[in-house]
Design a protein around this ligand. Structure first.
Ligand code: PMP
Length: 386
C-alpha cells in the first residue's frame, strides 16, 4: 500500500547516520547556541508508522514536545510574548518585573522557564482540576502558583481574569518593585503569529523538502493560536489544504465550526453555565471563543469530536505501537488525524501536532489510560470503535 512505499522510500533516502544519533565529528556540526531559547522551534516532523500503515495515508506529527524550554508548543508563544514586551519596554530583565498568566499549565511552564532565563518572576493562575504534575513543575521553576476553583469566564474569579487583575494591581502598587505584565495568551496576536512564523512555516518547509503536498492539517484549540497560525500559513501556500479542528468531548468549538454557533440545541444551557470543558483532556477545548481562534476560524473546514475513551485508546496505541508517550491533547489530535485520513482515503498526507509528554499527565489522564483492560496488542478496529 501507498504508505509502506512512502516509508520505504523515505528510509532508503536517509543515510544510516540520519536515522540514529549523529556520529559525525563535533567540529563538523554547528557549535554553541545561546541559552535555552535557542532550543525553541525547528522541531522534527515524524511519520507515525503504525497509523500510516493502518490508514494507507502518511500521518505526520510535528513534535512540539521537543521544544526545549517548557517542552510544548507554548515555548514559541511565551518567547514571542516576552520578546515583544521587551521590545516595547514593558519588561526589563532583573528589575523586579513579574509575568502573570492564566493557563491550564503549558503556557505557564514556558513562561516560568523563560522568566528564569531572562530575569523575571512568574505568577501563574491555573484551575485546580488540572494534573498536579504541571503545578509541581511550575513551583520547581520558581513560579508562584495559585490553583483556583473553576469559574465561568464572565466571573472575575476565572483564572484568566485573576491573572489580568493581579498584573494591573502590581503595576499600580507604588510599594512593589517592577511592573506586572499580563501575558494574555488567549487574546494576544503574538500567539497565532508565533505559529504562523514558526510551526506553520516549518511544517510547510519540512513537507516541501519531502515533495510538497499536504492534504490536511489537524489540531485542537486551547487558545486557538496553533490552529489559526498554522492554518493561515499553510492555506497561503497550499490553497487546497483541508483544515480540521480536533475537539474533545464537552467543548463548544465543534458546534462553532460545524454549525456556526458556539452553543446550540440541548448543549446551549449546560455549556454556557459550565465553567470548564467536561473532559479528562487538558489543554484543548473551549466553552467560549477567543481572538486567537477567531482570527483563523474562517479557514477551518471541518471538526472531529473525540471522546475521552477514544483519546485514552489512542494514547495507549501510540505508546504500544510506536513508543510515542504523549499527553491527552496529542492523543485527541492523532485520533482526529486518523479519522480525517480515513475520510480522505489512501495515499493522502495528514499533518498533526504532538503537544506534550505523557509525563505531565501521569496522575490523571495516564492513570485512566492504564486502567483500560484487555491485551497489549490492540487492533486498529478496537482503536477506532465509537
Ligand atoms: N496541548 C496542550 C497540552 C496545551 O496546553 C495547549 C494550550 N493550552 C494546546 C494543546 C493547544 O494549543 P493552542 O492554545 O495553540 O490552541
Amino acid at each position: 500500500i501507498a504508505v509502506t512505499y512512502t516509508i520505504y522510500e523515505l528510509s532508503s533516502r536517509l543515510r544510516p547516520s540520519d536515522q540514529q544519533q549523529s556520529h559525525e565529528p563535533l567540529a563538523a556540526r554547528p557549535q554553541y547556541k545561546l541559552g535555552i531559547e535557542s532550543t525553541i522551534g525547528n522541531t522534527p516532523l515524524i511519520v507515525i508508522k503504525s497509523l500510516s500503515e493502518a490508514t494507507g495515508c502518511t500521518i505526520l506529527a510535528k513534535c512540539e514536545f521537543l521544544n526545549g524550554a517548557g517542552n510544548s508548543p507554548k515555548d514559541r508563544v511565551a518567547l514571542s510574548i516576552i520578546n515583544r514586551a521587551e521590545e516595547e519596554g514593558l519588561l526589563t530583565p532583573y528589575s523586579g518585573d513579574t509575568i502573570y498568566e492564566g493557563t491550564v499549565g503549558s503556557t505557564g511552564i514556558s513562561l516560568a522557564t523563560l522568566s528564569r532565563a531572562r530575569g523575571y518572576s512568574a505568577h501563574i493562575i491555573m484551575p485546580s482540576d488540572q494534573a498536579h504534575e504541571k503545578s509541581d513543575l511550575l513551583r520547581k521553576l520558581g513560579a508562584r502558583v495559585d490553583r483556583v476553583s473553576p469559574a465561568p469566564i464572565v466571573d472575575q474569579l476565572h483564572f484568566v481574569n485573576r491573572a489580568r487583575n493581579l498584573a494591573r494591581e502590581h503595576t499600580a502598587d507604588p510599594n512593589r518593585a517592577g511592573r506586572g505584565l499580563f501575558a494574555d495568551q488567549f487574546e494576544t496576536d503574538a500567539n497565532w503569529k508565533a505559529h504562523f512564523e514558526g510551526t506553520g512555516r516549518e511544517i510547510f518547509e519540512q513537507a516541501s523538502a519531502e515533495g510538497g503536498r499536504i492534504d490536511a492539517f489537524v489540531a485542537g484549540a486551547g487558545t486557538g493560536g496553533t490552529i489559526s497560525g498554522c492554518a493561515m500559513y499553510l492555506r497561503g501556500k497550499l490553497p487546497d489544504i483541508r483544515i480540521v479542528l480536533a475537539d474533545p468531548q464537552g467543548s463548544g468549538l465543534y458546534n462553532k465550526v460545524m454549525h456556526g454557533v458556539m452553543f446550540h440545541g440541548l448543549e446551549r444551557e449546560g455549556t454556557r453555565r459550565r465553567a470548564q470543558v467536561d473532559t479528562v483532556v487538558e489543554g484543548i477545548g473551549l466553552t467560549r471563543s477567543t481572538k486567537n481562534f477567531e482570527v483563523g476560524s474562517e479557514l477551518v473546514d471541518d471538526a472531529v469530536k473525540v471522546t475521552d475513551d477514544q483519546a485514552r485508546r489512542m494514547a495507549r496505541w501510540l505508546c504500544e505501537k510506536d513508543g510515542i508517550f504523549v499527553g491527552s491533547s496529542s492523543s485527541v489530535n492523532c485520533y482526529a488525524a486518523v479519522k480525517t485520513a480515513l475520510q480522505l482515503g489512501p495515499g493522502h498526507k495528514v499533518v498533526t501536532i504532538l503537544c506534550d509528554s505523557g509525563m505531565r499527565h501521569l496522575s490523571k489522564f495516564w492513570k485512566q489510560v492504564n486502567e483500560i483492560g484487555g491485551e497489549d496488542d490492540m487492533t486498529f478496529e478496537e482503536l477506532m470503535k465509537a
